[in-house]
Each structure stands twice: as C-alpha cells, then as structure tokens.
Design a protein around this ligand. Structure first.
Ligand code: GN1
Ligand code: MG
Length: 366
C-alpha cells in the first residue's frame, strides 16, 4: 500500500489518506476507493493501457466530455453538479489528469457519496436509465472538441468478426480441436452477415456516428437512494460510434434475466418489460437527434450486442483468455454460451420488439 500512497500523493487531493480498498468488479481496470481523514473520498484507478493504448487521448476525451456536461448542467441551473458528472483530479504539478509511474497509468476522481450501482434493474429504473443515456448522448451532440476512438473500431462488428477469424486461424491455445468450439463457431457464422449491417449502412451514408458511451452496462450508471439516476460512469469508451452501442449494450445486461455469464443457459431470457421501459425512456430524450433509420433499427441494436459480445468472449477463449479477466478456465466459453442464448431469446421475440419500437417512436416520427 505504501506505493499506492506515494502515487496518490502526486495528485492534488484534499485531506490525509486514511484507507485504500478495492472497489467494484470491472473486467478491465483495477479500481480502489481512497478515503481521507479530513477531505472527500476518491476513486483511484489503474488504467489498463494494454487495452487503452493511448491513455493521453483517453483522458483528453474524458476531460472534454465531463467539462462539456458540467457546463450544460450548470447552465441549466442543476443542483448538486458534483454528483451528476464525474470530476477528475489533476496532478499537483501539471494539468494532466493521469500519472505514469513508469509501469502503469493512474487517475483519480471524486467518489460520489450515497450513490448506488446495481447489477439488475426493474422496469421503472430501466425507464430512468433509458432517459439518462439518451440525455447523455443529447448533451454531447454539440460538443465542440473532436473525440478520438480510445479503442479503434471498438464496436465495429465486421472487425470483431475478423478478429474471430484470426483467433481461429492462429489457434494460439490449441482449443480449436474441441468439438464444442467447432459447434459454436458454426452457429456464430449463421448470423454474421445480418449482424454486420450497421457498418454497411454507415458506408452507404445512412447511419451516422455520434458520441456514445459504448459501455452502457447497467452497473455503469449511478442512482441515488430514491432511484433517480445521478450520473453515468466508466467513461473510457466514450467515443464516436453508432447509437446502437448504447441502446444495445444496456439491454444486453439489464434485460437479461440472469448475469451475462450465468452458466444456467435455460435461465437466460430477454425481458420485454425492461426493453419496453428502456426504449420509452431512451426515445423520449434521444428523439431530438435520432433519425428514422436509427429509430427503426433499435431492435437490431438489441440483437447485435449479445452477438458481438458472444463473438468477443469466444475469440478470447480461443486466444487463451488474454483479454477478459476470468474466474475459471471455462469462463469465457460459458460467457459465450450465455450471450448466444440471449441472442436466441431476442430472436424469438423480435417481431414483438419491432412493434414496441414502432409504437414508441410513432409520435416522434410524425
Ligand atoms: C468490459 O470493464 P467492463 O466490465 O466495464 C468491456 C466491454 C464488455 C464488458 C463485458 C473496454 O467492460 O466492452 O462489454 O467487459 N470493455 C472493454 O462484460 O473491452
Ligand atoms: Mg464498468
């Protein structure tokens, strides 16, 4: 802990450090809560620079986004702004919001007190979440800075499909001999072309990229004790993308009746009530900028993300588990099955989903 103490001291914090303890369950970064004896608490994170290769660009994006949102909230006279947008702390001797200790990159933000994250939501919270992610995108629609892609082509399905091809071809962990692996691979291929349609629409000029969050998992949103959304967290992946990213990735975790890696495949089910509520909230706040093409493809977005995640988990399994933290040797394979089962549940309800979107968007399309 002494080392952590030393590096925390590089930042312009208020108060004396009291304790440092692990926080949360992200799959990519390492996160700690830092409490002080006479100042606020903070969140310390080691940024995974093997995944986010350009930390300077990443922190610039985050500073642009949080300052822009802060400006909007202040202009609207919003109360308690420090609880509604993350604040990053600069170093004592510069304006940088990260510190490189020769090995790792670190950053510190203010800890938001009395805020809660959830792994599941009910329809009411799902509606609030939809409204908030739509609002988040709406606030960023006029950001003056140009943001970079912190992971180039992060949600590009064509690229993810190619990465799976490469994993299969190099078979780094010798797992292609497994019968189960061969079977999943065949199933994945069936959906491939259909799932790559966003990239095609973009090339044809009918689908824009906008600033999106790109990791709208349900646990990346903070609620206050009364259930109101405070703010969106985990901003590493905020970058230009299709709005499908935020719509689809939220539902991938929130509308699944079980966790994203639940090995009980028969329990995986896409919850239409969560979908309806989220769609209503999202369309309500995002309709100010959404085009008809974006709106009518929202059911596709909901199918795309379980599929993309299945492809990513599967490629990682074949590569020998080099990307996602795993808790057991078959974890990535179980995750693949769980995401694929979710896709199947979505497909079974696809017509009903299209009806919901039609009704929800009708008054905004008029
Ligand atoms: C990763 O770190 P975490 O859990 O917020 C991943 C997401 C995946 C998710 C799957 C940068 O997010 O894209 O959807 O795991 N983030 C990155 O649980 O790859
Ligand atoms: Mg997270």
């Amino acid at each position: 802990m002494k080392d952590l103490n030393d590096l925390i001291m590089k930042f312009d914090l208020k108060g004396q450090i009291d304790s440092i303890a692990p926080l949360g369950n992200g799959l990519i970064n390492d996160t700690y809560k830092v409490t002080t004896t006479d100042g606020p608490s903070y969140v310390l994170q080691r940024i995974n620079h093997h995944i986010f290769k350009d930390v300077d660009l990443l922190q610039k994006n985050i500073v642009s986004v949080t300052s822009h949102i802060r400006g909007k909230l202040e202009a609207a006279g919003t109360s308690d702004v420090d609880r509604k947008v993350l604040s990053f702390i600069t170093l004592k001797d510069s304006d940088l919001t990260y510190y490189f200790d020769g090995e790792s990159y670190w950053r510190i933000s203010l800890f938001i007190e009395d805020a809660y994250t959830y792994e599941t939501v009910n329809p009411e919270y799902s509606y609030y979440a939809g409204r908030s992610f739509g609002h988040f995108e709406a606030m960023l629609a006029d950001i003056p800075d140009t943001l970079g892609e912190t992971i180039p082509d992060f949600h590009n399905m064509e690229l993810r499909a190619r990465q799976l091809d490469e994993a299969v071809a190099s078979d780094a962990a010798g797992r292609m001999a497994e019968k189960e692996v061969q079977e999943i691979l065949q199933e994945m291929l069936v959906h491939r072309e259909e799932m790559c349609k966003a990239e095609k629409m973009h090339r044809e000029g009918v689908l824009p990229k906008r600033i999106c969050h790109c990791d709208t998992k349900v646990n990346n949103m903070m609620f206050d004790a009364s259930g109101e959304v405070l703010c969106v967290i985990d901003l590493d992946t905020v970058m230009p993308s299709f709005v499908f990213s935020d719509f689809g990735d939220f539902l991938r975790t929130a509308a699944n009746k079980v966790a994203e890696d639940d090995p009980r495949i028969e329990m995986v089910e896409f919850d239409m009530e969560i979908f309806k509520a989220f769609a209503r909230g999202y369309v309500e706040s995002a309709s100010v900028f959404l085009t008809p093409v974006e709106m009518e493809n929202l059911p596709y977005a909901a199918a795309l993300f379980p599929y993309m995640q299945a492809v990513r988990f599967f490629a990682d399994y074949i590569n020998g588990d080099t990307y996602y933290k795993i808790k057991s040797p078959l974890h990535n394979l179980e995750r693949t099955h769980a995401q694929y089962a979710l896709l199947q549940s979505i497909e079974a309800q696809y017509d009903a989903m299209c009806e919901v979107i039609k009704t929800t968007t009708a008054k905004h399309l008029a």
